[in-house]
Design a protein around this ligand. Structure first.
Ligand code: PHE
Ligand code: ZN
Length: 844
């Protein structure tokens, strides 16, 4: 039976909680949890508590026992008539952390107890109003023989076998956390803007300390940045971060006790890439920033998830831009948004940033809620200006501190702080789908008229799409490359709208959607030489990159359908390579051809059927042509872009390495991967090591390198995850599925570990032509493994179903294979609610 939850059904909880007291006696198979919750009546209604998989030993109200037999199913309802206005509810339950392979609630990871309570994990720990609008201070006692015992808030006492923690800041249950294990701390401290000392710790397994330093540095930078950029100060005496190996997601912002997937904490030059370092810094920041945007101000209900996630992603993006290169960060973010969110928005899983119904909330931790949620805030900021944004955020923190809020509250803050009417803007939150912006130009007597149209295709459950407010940032570039109009923001509010620019000497080229000012797709007539002009002269780095990218995309699409293409792109690359050394990271971005998935998405958006094999062949051929045409320059840059001295994970070094690897990738197509082989042997950092390995795999010259890599890193789970990921990802499409099958048969394919599972199955899923193999073998392989994982870990299984969200784009043969594979999954007896919802939506 499927139960759909609706936003419209939300009702206030009739009680508030003065304090929640928890006592844990930890044991792997039988943990006892005693709870005492001090309730006070606030409105009319029964006491409704959530619980899942609990063995209930006793229940009482104000010390008077209740029959625990009533506590079955997922709810415990105590009639209003049986309750005084203020009372203490007490329960004792038993749970089994060792059997908890779903990794929600209290579970074991490598012998360590840890918790994951967002979104609805706390009900697996004890009876509770497990909803984000019920907030309480917590007092937690942990008894265990593990040496390190942690929970939220400040430590009250630590003795042999027992620790007591108190969190004075009222919080919902999803922010509860507990950790007990053999851990060691990398300690430091931070003095806040008002002079308070905060003890900081990054907790890892013994032996991992030397890889936790970067996480600590990132935390300190985050704390400082939030004070400077948002005036937000930390509010407890301690801040703990714990790295765990088994985790469904990236990390979790539990109050004062962030829990991280170890891959987002542990890094050294030898084991982590530049990309890993950047992600660690970004996610450490993200979780820290949640302390204000998520914890102090939380969500009223889970439909409002983007209230905390969109805003916190936006904040972590700003943080990374400030720490590194703003231009590179923006381009990366656009790439991710297109690759993940546009794809989601164009398929059967499309939903608005604020959905209004769901079956399983865990299925809504999506690119739409997170990344599009952040884009929407970027648009708001552009519309109200930097000062308006600052005033609105100050008001938000002032007005809503300690509350559980909605998107309406958020929008009202902007209206009140800036006087702007945002009724139409709100559609970005409630409507799904990516608008398509079409530009046609008219040039007459020194006047350029820009005629814009916006259209959004129907999405599931939303047939009609009224026009949205679209901030269009643009500039004009004269034929000689001079900017004749600096960035101007047009506000489009109608389905069709014209804007006029007069007094122009010669017809300029429009530099459109500067900074990617709105999450829309663009359709316009633009000649290849105009794109080349923008790539050479645009003042906006995003728009420059986009011009080159579009040039490449057009060439690739032409070639994949048997036409010619790429001459203009190749010429433009020649110009770019001449001064690539001035900004290596930017040059690297321009040299990396659009991925096969993006090519397919673009072809599908133009109403045609993408052919994965033809796309792969076209991309390889263009890469070879570029390499042959520019071999001397590429080889020279490859040699020049070394980073002498000890490895430093900063933006500058990362930029040089990214250019070096971009050159290596192109050259590997024509040098038989000779350079890759040499680099693999010589590299002293994982960035170059993994980069070289990937090109060796693509060239089919990988046997020795893979063996050496496995010998060297057999004991390091995170590095071995890379080994499992790059093989199916980079293998030639015709070989990748067989390769994935062989890897899955290895004893060290520890598939119950989400990182390992994602590495292999996700690695194949990201090899576009292999996953969408015409014989259906990619689909079958994925579904076999999804069926195996579902009974063990529904949440990770369901998330990975999104590999299938594009299945209807492809030809009838592929569709038939995908439908059959998905049908098998859908029909599996005992399929989880998580996966069932995903498959049903995907097949709808
Ligand atoms: N709230 C976490 C974050 O984005 C994500 C998360 C969701 C982690 C659910 C675990 C479970 O920061
Ligand atoms: Zn988050």
């Amino acid at each position: 039976m499927t139960v759909t939850q609706y936003l419209a059904d939300w009702r206030p909880y009739p009680f508030e909680i003065a304090e929640t007291r928890l006592e844990f006696d930890l044991a792997p198979r039988a943990t006892r949890v005693r709870s005492q919750i001090d309730f006070r009546r606030k409105g009319a209604g029964d006491l409704v508590l959530d619980g899942a998989g609990l063995k209930t030993l006793s229940l009482a109200i104000d010390g008077k026992p209740l029959d625990p037999a009533g506590a079955t199913g997922g709810r415990l309802v105590i009639p209003a008539a049986d309750l005084p206005d203020a009372f203490t509810f007490a329960a004792e339950v038993e749970i089994d952390p060792e059997a908890n392979t779903a990794l929600e609630g209290l579970y074991l990871s490598g012998g360590m107890f840890c918790t994951q309570c967002e979104a609805e994990g706390f009900r697996h720990i004890t009876w509770y109003p497990d909803r984000p609008d019920v907030m309480a201070p917590f007092r937690v006692t942990i008894r265990s023989d593990k040496p390190v015992l942690l929970s939220n808030g400040n430590p009250v006492s630590q003795g042999a076998g027992q620790a007591v923690w108190h969190d004075p800041w009222p919080k919902p249950a999803y922010l509860f956390a507990l950790v007990a294990g053999d851990l060691v701390a990398v300690p430091d401290s931070f003095t806040t803007m008002s002079g308070r000392q905060v003890a900081l710790n990054v907790w890892v397994r013994p032996g991992d300390q030397d890889r936790a330093g970067y996480a600590m540095e990132s935390l300190i930078r985050s704390m400082k940045w939030d004070e400077e950029a948002y005036g937000r100060e930390y509010d407890l005496d301690v801040f703990n971060i714990v790295a765990v190996d088994d985790f469904n997601m990236g990390a979790m912002e539990n109050k004062g006790l962030n829990i991280f997937n170890s891959k987002l904490v542990l890094a050294s030059a030898e084991t982590a890439t530049d990309g890993d370092y950047e992600r660690i810094e970004g996610v450490i920041g993200h979780e820290y920033f949640h302390n204000w945007t998520g914890n102090r101000i939380t969500c009223r209900d889970w439909f409002q998830l983007c209230l905390k996630e969109g805003l916190t992603v936006f904040r972590d993006q700003q943080f990374t831009s400030d720490m590194r290169s703003a231009a590179v960060k923006r381009i990366h973010d656009v790439q991710t948004l297109r690759a993940r969110q546009f794809r989601e928005d164009a398929g059967p899983l499309a939903h608005p940033p604020r959905p209004d119904h769901y079956q399983e909330i865990n299925n809504f931790y999506t690119a739409t809620v997170y990344e599009k949620g952040a884009e929407v805030i970027g648009m708001l900021k552009r519309l109200v200006g930097d000062q308006g944004y600052r005033r609105a955020l100050d008001l938000y923190f002032d007005r809503h501190d300690g509350q559980a809020c909605t998107i309406e509250d958020w929008i009202k803050v902007f209206q009140d702080a800036t006087g702007r009417d945002l009724a139409q803007f709100k559609r970005w939150y409630t409507d799904a789908g990516t608008p398509r912006l079409t530009l046609s130009e008219d040039w007459r007597d020194g006047t350029l008229t820009l005629d814009f149209r916006q259209e959004t295709a129907p999405t599931p459950g939303q047939p009609d799409k009224p026009p949205r407010v679209i901030p269009i940032a643009l500039g004009l570039i004269g034929p000689n490359g001079d900017e004749v109009l600096p960035t101007t923001v047009l506000e489009m509010t109608e389905a069709r709208q014209s804007f006029r620019f007069g007094d122009l000497g010669a017809r300029p080229v429009v530099s459109l959607l500067r900074g990617f000012s709105a999450p829309v797709t663009v359709s316009r007539e633009i000649a290849a030489d105009e794109q080349a002009l923008l790539l050479a002269h645009d003042t906006d780095p995003y728009a420059r990159w986009q011009a080159g990218h579009d040039l490449a995309l057009d060439a690739l699409i032409a070639r994949s359908t048997g036409a010619e293409g790429g001459a203009e792109f190749s010429r433009a690359i020649g110009g770019l390579l001449d001064d690539a050394e001035a900004d290596p990271a930017f040059a690297a971005l321009c040299l990396s051809l659009p991925g096969e998935e993006e090519i397919a998405t673009t072809i599908a958006a133009r109403g045609e059927i993408p052919d994965p094999d033809a796309i792969h062949a076209a991309r390889e051929a263009l890469a070879r042509d570029i390499a042959s045409a520019h071999e001397p320059a590429l080889a020279r840059l490859y040699e020049a872009m070394t980073t002498p001295g000890p490895y430093r994970p900063d933006a500058e070094g990362a930029g040089r390495r990214s250019l070096r690897l971009a050159c290596l990738g192109l050259l590997s197509r024509i040098d038989g991967a000779a350079r890759a082989e040499a680099l693999f042997a010589a590299a002293s950092n994982m960035t170059e090591r993994q980069g070289a390995l990937e090109w060796l795999i693509a060239a089919g010259r990988d046997a020795e390198a893979l063996a050496a890599f496995a010998r060297e890193f057999a004991g390091n789970r995170l590095v071995m995850d890379k080994w499992f990921m790059v093989q199916p990802l980079r293998a030639a499409p015709g070989l990748a599925v067989a390769r994935a099958r062989d890897l899955a048969a290895r004893p060290d394919f520890d598939w119950k570990n989400p990182n390992r599972f994602r590495a292999l199955i996700g690695g194949l899923g990201a090899n576009h032509a292999a996953f969408h193999a015409a014989d259906g073998s990619g689909y079958d392989f994925a579904v076999d493994w999804l069926m195996r994982l579902d009974p063990v870990n529904p949440q990770t299984t369901a998330r990975m179903c999104s590999a299938f969200e594009t299945w209807t784009r492809y030809d009838a043969t592929r569709q038939a294979h995908a439908r059959a594979a998905l049908g098998q999954l859908a029909a599996m007896p005992g399929l989880s609610r998580n996966t069932s919802e995903m498959v049903t939506r995907i097949l709808a």
